[in-house]
Design a binder for this molecule. Structure first.
Ligand code: ATP
Ligand code: LTN
Length: 338
């Protein structure tokens, strides 16, 4: 009975490249406490990854690694449904129906589509444009009410709401209309080299990004090189709009150490950037090391990961089938003759 009233949560990360500290602090880490309160589904969205060119063998490897990382970060297969998007074929099927209530103009206006079209000018494929409809399908298929994501995905969740409302208005109430769940400080971790841009998996400059697989030396080196400013005053370690580099490092420090930004400003009063950056590195390393050890242990047990994915796909399919059958009925498709 208690299960029936729990709100449902859905989120996902693409198994593309290396997961960054931004992905972790902005997304995955905020998912773990939700498991206590909500009915959670966490997905490895492999179909989304295909919108930019992938090396097939690497995509497969990244998919397993991301699953192991989910578990290593504290997502518990006994409490949450962990699964691979392509294992539940209803995602792609519902996306087709949702395509028919989505306008080309809306998709052309999406910031991520415009950004990725610029970055991949030689491969502006239909999937890239359709990406947000597949994401809407992920969410609506499970009647999810809450979608924990970083700031950059808010526009996609808003489009999902529009699509759900439009469908409901046209075909009668069918979908729950989801809301974003945004964490405050972790919502946008910035590039270490350009603190006005987000830290991004696909950044070609590896000094700009801390990945969850970076070892202690790499973390320390990248943080020492992080862009700050030329302030040498006693209170140079200060969170403020005119100090984007330092503010970003303070956010990272606070999120990794559990110390508030204000407290950190006091701690580093009278100390220079060198001391501060080393402390940020210590805090980041102490968060990453246990995750890395656990991910390694899990990856050595492929049978376990497969069992989690098998069970996850079964649980997810059960819900997905119900929603898709309802949608097919509402739009007027004839049910399969048995
Ligand atoms: P890409 O570089 O290809 O755009 P990405 O780093 O944005 O990839 P995604 O798989 O698109 O990674 O995002 C996974 C989740 O991580 C999303 O919820 C997104 O909002 C969040 N996220 C990504 N980058 C950051 C960041 N710098 N700060 C906070 N959250 C982030
Ligand atoms: N587009 C998201 C990944 C994603 C997602 C979702 C997030 C795909 N489907 C559904 C939340 C809910 C991104 O992080 N880039």
């Amino acid at each position: 009975m208690a299960d029936e009233v729990k709100k449902r949560v859905f989120s996902g990360v693409q198994p593309t490249g290396k997961v960054t500290l931004g992905n972790y602090l902005g997304a995955i880490r905020n998912w773990t406490p939700l498991q206590q309160q909500y009915d959670c589904l966490f997905c490895v969205v492999d179909l989304h990854s295909l919108t930019v060119e992938q090396v097939p063998a690497e995509l497969r490897k990244n998919t397993f690694e991301l699953t192991a990382l989910y578990i290593a970060c504290g997502l518990d297969p006994a409490r949450s449904t962990l699964f691979i998007q392509s294992h539940v074929h209803e995602h792609a099927e519902l996306a087709w129906i949702l395509d028919t209530v989505t306008y080309v103009g809306e998709l052309g206006r999406m910031t991520q589509f415009k950004d990725k079209s610029r970055k991949h000018a030689d491969n502006i494929n239909m999937g890239l444009m359709n990406y947000p409809v597949l994401m809407a399908s992920d969410i609506l298929l499970y009647q999810a009410e809450l979608v924990p994501v970083g700031k950059d995905q808010v526009q996609h969740v808003e489009l999902t709401r529009d699509i759900a409302q439009r469908f409901n208005a046209r075909y009668s109430d069918t979908f729950a209309v989801p809301q974003c769940l945004l964490s405050k400080a972790g919502a946008s971790i910035k590039s270490l080299q350009d603190p006005t841009a987000k830290m991004s998996k696909s950044d070609p400059n590896e000094n700009a990004v801390i990945t969850l697989t970076d070892d202690a030396d790499a973390v320390r080196r990248k943080l020492r090189r992080a862009v700050t400013d030329s302030d040498t005053s006693a209170n140079c370690v200060r969170h403020s709009a005119d100090k984007p580099g330092v503010s970003n490092l303070l956010n990272i420090y606070s999120l990794c150490s559990g110390v508030s930004v204000e407290q950190a400003e006091r701690t580093f009063e009278g100390k220079g950037y060198g001391v501060f950056k080393d402390a940020v590195a210590d805090a980041v390393i102490s968060v990453l090391q246990p995750i890395q050890a656990e991910q390694k242990r899990l990856l050595a047990d492929k049978a376990y990961i497969e069992s989690v994915l098998r069970q996850g796909a079964e649980q997810a399919s059960h819900i997905a089938q119900k929603t898709l059958a309802k949608v097919y009925r509402k739009v007027g498709l004839v049910p399969k003759i048995r």
